[in-house]
Design a protein around this ligand. Structure first.
Ligand code: HEC
Length: 451
């Protein structure tokens, strides 16, 4: 799509690193907000149903408290949902530029749907608050609650707020689809083998790895929504707790929700790591796996304790644990993307270097002179730019170091076996400073000629 290409700017290696970090930040915010919103909307709707069936005020109130968990004010979804989402899409547009992948189109579609989803959920919320909001705020008038509720239930059955409920349902469905598409895109972005241009919706949605990531994000969102409800109602809004009944009910219910979903999400995270393509696995993935399992174990124990202790004191610690694990789940996917996109971003950094070279050709400084000298004295014995001598031509080997010059410096300091078609390169006895000078000299000299 042409207009997308216009958004792409040349990116230097440093800026690519910055973009990748911003991507993690954006995704963490986006998924935590959207996941919790989804979980609280689903819980709210199911308690509304329960209330309608039984006419019990507790259920209506819980329905209101759930939808009010994170959708508290109208600016929140813009700051924590829409803005990070646009950021994510923009960054993928930059980093996957030139791969011709369809992922970007799917993400743009999902973005539109996301805005609709938020709108629907807020319409549902305001309808619910209009009818039952008094249950949460009007706590002085507790005695009359039951009468009001039964009156409302009758009215409600008679008139049936069908539209608001249907809109709530639409909101939930669109949010599920959005999160499904975003999680699939993020999973697939970590596996370059599937970036192909003709990526169909089905291969996007049905790939088992991406399905597991999606379920992992959803389950952890439920765990987070459960525990945050306790924290919000029990620790922040103390005044709102009007009776012991409600207090114990929400404490128990939410601890149970959090606990069940924590078990499932931990298992799914484990599966997800096992299913990540080998090319996208790194030592970091295993460290993340180990720390996630440890932290999950700790907060599951805390939740288990919460279940037996009716003051729910330990909830905040479990809450932080779940937040950290949420972060790690997102971080792990980005680690995979970082590895997978290395080739593409390396080429990007190379073309940036060329561009800069043509714009401002830099004079050689003192260290530059030193680099040139070492190059002529040592390296030229075995290397030429585009000719094979004892060692490979720079033209062929320097490309992969564009995004990571340090790796080339490390290689020059301590050569190791790379290509079996060549003999080993002997160490050149350079100091780190000298090695840096040579490598910088070589990029100045040859960087712009490497396509
Ligand atoms: C005695 C010969 C010799 C000298 C001197 C020499 N090299 Fe090499 N160089 C080689 C050989 C042989 C290889 C291929 C090694 C391999 O693929 O395992 C190589 C490979 C390389 C590579 C490619 C590494 C990769 O990842 O593919 C770079 C970069 C390099 N040399 C830089 C230098 C620099 C800079 C100097 C000067 C400080 C230098 N070489 C001096 C023989 C030499």
């Amino acid at each position: 799509m042409e207009f997308i290409d216009k958004l792409v700017l040349p990116q230097s290696a440093d800026r690519i690193v910055l973009l990748k970090n911003l991507l993690i930040l954006g995704q963490v915010i986006f998924f935590i907000f959207s996941g919790t919103l989804l979980a609280s909307a689903i819980l709210s709707r199911s308690f509304l149903r329960k209330g309608q069936k039984s006419g019990n005020g507790i259920f209506y109130r819980l329905s209101v408290d759930f939808i009010d968990l994170i959708a508290t004010n109208k600016l929140l979804p813009i700051g924590l949902g829409i803005v990070p989402m646009l950021g994510i899409v923009m960054i993928y547009i930059q980093l996957m530029h030139g791969t011709g992948t369809k992922l970007i189109e799917y993400m743009l579609f999902a973005s539109g749907l996301y805005v609709l989803a938020i709108f629907f959920i807020y319409v549902y919320r305001s309808d619910l608050l209009k009818k039952f909001g008094f249950l949460s705020t009007d706590y002085e008038d507790v005695d009359n609650h039951d009468d009001k509720v039964s009156q409302l239930t009758i009215d409600n059955k008679a008139k049936s707020s069908f539209i608001a409920e249907a809109i709530g349902f639409l909101g939930v469905i669109s949010l599920v689809v959005t999160i499904r598409i975003f999680s699939a895109c993020i999973f697939i972005s970590g596996d370059p083998a599937s970036w192909s241009t003709d990526l169909s919706v089905w291969s996007l949605v049905l790939s088992p790895g991406s399905l597991i990531l999606f379920l992992n994000l959803i389950t952890i969102s439920f765990a987070l929504a459960g525990i945050s409800t306790i924290i919000k109602l029990v620790f922040w809004d103390r005044n709102h707790i009007i009776d012991m009944n409600y207090f114990t009910y929400i404490g128990n219910f939410n601890t149970t929700i959090s606990l069940i979903f924590s078990y499932i999400s931990t298992f799914l995270f484990f599966l997800n790591t096992v299913l990540t393509p080998a090319a996208s696995q790194s030592t970091i993935s295993y460290i993340i796996l180990a720390s996630t399992l440890c932290i999950s174990l700790i907060y599951i124990l805390l939740l288990q304790y919460n279940k037996e202790d009716y003051s729910f004191k330990l909830s905040p610690y479990a809450f932080y644990g779940i937040l950290i694990v949420f972060f790690l789940v997102v971080f792990k996917e980005n680690d995979a993307f970082g590895l997978a996109s290395r080739k593409n971003t390396g080429e990007m950094a190379a073309s940036y270097l060329q561009l800069e070279e043509t714009l401002h050709p830099a004079p050689l400084g003192e260290m530059g002179e030193k680099g040139k000298e070492i190059y002529n004295m040592k390296c030229q014995a075995c290397h030429r730019f585009d000719q094979k001598l004892v060692g490979p031509p720079h033209k062929e080997v320097m490309k992969k170091y564009f995004s990571d010059k340090q790796a080339m410096i490390d290689f020059v300091l301590k050569p190791r076996k790379v290509d079996p078609a060549y003999p080993d390169m002997p160490a050149q006895g350079l100091t780190p400073k000298e090695a840096k000078a040579v490598v910088e000299f070589m990029f100045k000299e040859f960087g712009s000629k490497i396509q």
